[in-house]
Design a binder for this molecule. Structure first.
Ligand code: NOJ
Length: 758
């Protein structure tokens, strides 16, 4: 009987659908809502709960294994008691899982397949922190578009990216997955990524659903220790943490992921204010929130829930819609409704949100849309490689270039490439490399051999090993602190070279989830190797391969040049060679401050002034007595082989009213003999406000290319929106008063001017 009812409903639904399409009466949004309601009306309570359950595919664990065995998972898939899966890693596998649902379950609601496609699927692009250093939004959209194409070719229709957690603490390993310390830049990058992944139509089999994560506050883990408590107040939450998420919601991101952390006494997963009031209420966002891995059940560990069932109750009431590999919703939700502890409407709302995304993905039209083996044939991996090289070279930041040692001169006939990462083909892929093949990156040695003319000889010495033994996503590297057996070879190679390129930094899995470090210097014997080499040849270009800002005060004094090359992905070595040889003139700018000492962390440019900002007369002001309080290399900083000179600021007016705007311009001249790119940055400061405000906040940037000797005028329009903040009135508003604006090529070296908002 139920079956007949079902068939009739689907018949009505599809006829209604075609009628609506033909007559153009309904918008596609209204259409989807009608379909969602119709499907929901046919579901049992158990089937509804099933839509809120996500299982891991089991063969790629990105969190602690759950108690559930595979047989039970298969049985539940067949009964239609699962809404989505993660880590199912091939078209064949997604096809098989989808068939279990489509051929056996009563409602035949297709699964979504999620995966951490963080910086590429097969072709690996720079880690997000590195790619953000390009400040190139079009590029970042493009790499996301390509990551989506490859994901679909392997059966994935949902990525758990972008991570838009503002993060100011280099000790926190996950700083590599985001866009650094600035909410405006993070928001811009996040929106570009969402556009790239989702395109203009989620239903195309070239686009995938994106996830804005982790909602919220995760990047503010106390002491930079992953999963740790977050104690920030409303002011910080509203002004620093939430803006990128609001931008993501406005950009139509399909899903949100909540976070593991406790936020001021309430775990984010059980936080009603965040999920129900702000995200779904104030922002009117209509997608669904997936929990982080087991984060619902982890509320028991937080001491916030007595057991899984209680955790399920808290989470669903707070607005968490889907339970990732946690097993709380499937044990708890149906019972809670039957016992009268939970209104079924809350479950209905969550299910509708999930169904809505599934309709948008086109899964009801064709559940196998993303599981077509032939799609792989259309993927042009060669083109993707070219893009990976482009992205990698634009992400490189030149931190130091004394004596204009770079680009490498034609008089250099012998280069010794030294260091544990010099010929490492794996570390440049970084953490979260999806299905990027182990050891598939172009190493620096390979890149230089490819990129430098035959008249220059390249020698290589590893010098020392960074670590020993196997390592992987779940197993960190054991750092080597004893084996100096390669030092002698390094000394010999360096002695005989005109120039040394030392490649130091971090192992692929040293940054990322669960990889917080109390020390952020060069691990193991790397500093010792550097000093040993420096003793015999001080012509050293230091290339850093790393996922987080490092503490490099000492080495920065000794190295002649420093090239921050992050973990640049598949084409790493070629891109680094492009920069070292001058084929590409570096244009990257830091998205996170590099400290002088780890004790400065968290370190960020957009700090508050404090009541005791600076006083050289007296010790009682806010500073350290052993290191300068500012960054070694500040936010927004990056050199070029060209040099740029900034003129004076021109303001169209020094007063603006709430409805108006003022134009601010500055002339930038390339004072060198080579073309170059510069990122012109606009910062603002609200001098007196109803809450204290940061000393500078990025509010705009423009990338310009200048020929030798060329001058361009760069203009920004200052609008009221740029002056708004979460005020003492507990709303976003601009307050009348004086503002300082700053323009420059980084957050420190700026020209300034004042204006008044009336
Ligand atoms: C835990 C991580 O916090 C999250 O970012 C990731 O998407 C999930 N695991 C799934 O792997």
């Amino acid at each position: 009987m139920k079956k007949i009812h079902l068939i009739i409903c689907f018949f009505l639904l599809s006829n209604f659908n075609s009628f609506a399409q033909k007559s153009n009466i309904l918008s596609s949004v209204e259409n989807i809502e009608i379909k969602v309601d119709s499907v929901l009306a046919m579901m049992t309570l158990e089937e509804k709960v099933g839509q809120l359950v996500q299982y891991n595919g089991s063969w790629d664990l990105t969190g602690p294994a759950s108690e559930m065995n595979n047989q039970l998972k298969v049985a539940n898939l067949k009964k239609g008691l699962v809404g989505s899966m993660l880590n199912v890693l091939s078209v064949e596998a997604t096809l098989e899982a989808q068939k279990l649902v489509m051929e056996n379950s009563r409602m035949k609601i297709p699964l979504m397949f999620g995966y951490d496609v963080i910086h590429g699927y097969k072709t690996i692009f720079p880690v997000p922190l590195g790619e953000t250093a390009s400040w190139d939004l079009e590029l970042m959209e493009e790499t996301a578009r390509v990551a989506a194409l490859e994901s679909v070719a392997y059966g994935v229709n949902w990525t758990f990216s972008p991570m838009i957690d503002v993060s100011r603490d280099a000790r926190w390993g996950r700083i590599m997955e985001g866009s650094g310390e600035d909410p405006y830049l993070t928001a811009q990058v996040g929106v570009s990524k969402i556009k790239g992944y989702q395109g203009d139509d989620l239903a195309k089999n070239t686009t995938i659903a994106a996830t804005a994560k982790h909602f919220a506050g995760y990047g503010f883990a106390e002491a930079g220790r992953d999963y740790n408590t977050v104690n920030i107040g409303e002011n910080e939450l509203q002004n620093m943490v939430l803006p990128p998420f609001k931008a993501a919601a406005e950009a139509g991101v399909a899903t949100f992921m909540n976070s593991f952390n406790d936020l001021d006494g309430t775990p984010a997963t059980g936080n009603k204010m965040l999920q129900r009031d702000v995200l779904k209420g104030d922002w009117k966002w209509d997608g669904f929130v997936v929990s982080d891995w087991g984060s619902i059940t982890e509320m028991v560990n937080h001491g916030f829930a007595t057991n899984k069932k209680h955790a399920a109750e808290i989470a669903i009431k707070a607005g968490s819609d889907m339970d990732m590999e946690g097993g709380a919703y499937e044990v708890g939700l149906a019972e809670l409704v039957k016992e009268g502890r939970l209104k079924e409407e809350l479950i209905d709302d969550a299910v509708k949100r999930v169904l809505r995304v599934k309709f948008k993905l086109g899964l009801f039209e064709d559940p196998y849309r993303y599981s077509k083996p032939e799609v792989l044939n259309n993927i042009n991996f060669e083109d993707h490689k070219k893009l990976a090289r482009e992205a990698a070279k634009r992400s490189i930041v030149l931190l130091k270039n004394s004596d204009k040692i770079l680009p490498v001169k034609s008089s250099v006939k012998k280069i010794a490439v030294i260091g544990p990462l010099a010929n490492d083909k794996d570390s440049p892929l970084g953490n979260w490399r999806a299905q990027g093949e182990t050891n598939s990156a172009v190493s620096v040695v390979e890149g230089l051999k490819n990129g430098i003319g035959e008249s220059t000889e390249i020698t290589f010495s590893e010098g020392t090993k960074l670590g020993t033994g196997e390592r992987s996503f779940l197993m960190p590297l054991a750092i080597n602190t004893t084996d100096r057996s390669g030092f002698q070879d390094a000394i010999e190679k360096a002695t005989n070279a005109d120039l040394v390129v030392m490649v130091l930094g971090e192992d692929a899995f040293q940054a990322g989830e669960g990889r917080s470090q109390a020390n952020i210097g060069l691990a193991g014997l790397q500093m010792e190797l550097f000093d040993t080499v420096h003793n015999v040849n001080s012509n050293i270009v230091l290339v850093l391969i790393n996922g987080r800002p490092l503490e490099i005060s000492e080495i920065s004094k000794k190295a002649t040049a420093i090239v921050e090359a992050w973990q640049l992905g598949s084409e790493s070595g070629n891109a680094i060679a492009d920069v070292l040889t001058g084929k590409y003139n570096p244009s990257g700018k830091l998205p996170a401050s590099f400290p002088r000492a780890v004790g400065q962390e968290p370190l960020y440019y957009n700090e508050k002034n404090t009541g005791r900002p600076y006083n050289e007369e007296h010790v009682t002001y806010s500073h350290y007595t052993d290191v300068k309080k500012d960054a070694l290399y500040p936010f927004g900083f990056g050199l070029s082989y060209a040099t740029f000179q900034y003129g004076d600021i021109q303001l169209s007016s020094t007063q603006m009213d709430m409805e108006g705007n003022i134009k601010v311009s500055i002339r930038v001249t390339n004072t060198s003999k080579i073309p170059g790119k510069e990122v012109v940055q606009l910062y603002l400061r609200d001098l007196v406000a109803s809450t204290t405000r940061p000393v500078k906040e990025l509010k705009g940037f423009q990338m310009i290319t200048l020929k030798p000797g060329e001058t361009k005028s760069v203009t920004f329009s200052i609008t009221k929106k740029m002056l708004e903040f979460y005020s003492a009135n507990k709303k976003w508003e601009a307050e009348p008063g004086d503002f300082e604006l700053y323009l420059g090529g980084n957050s420190v070296d700026v020209k300034s001017a004042r204006f008044k908002l009336k």
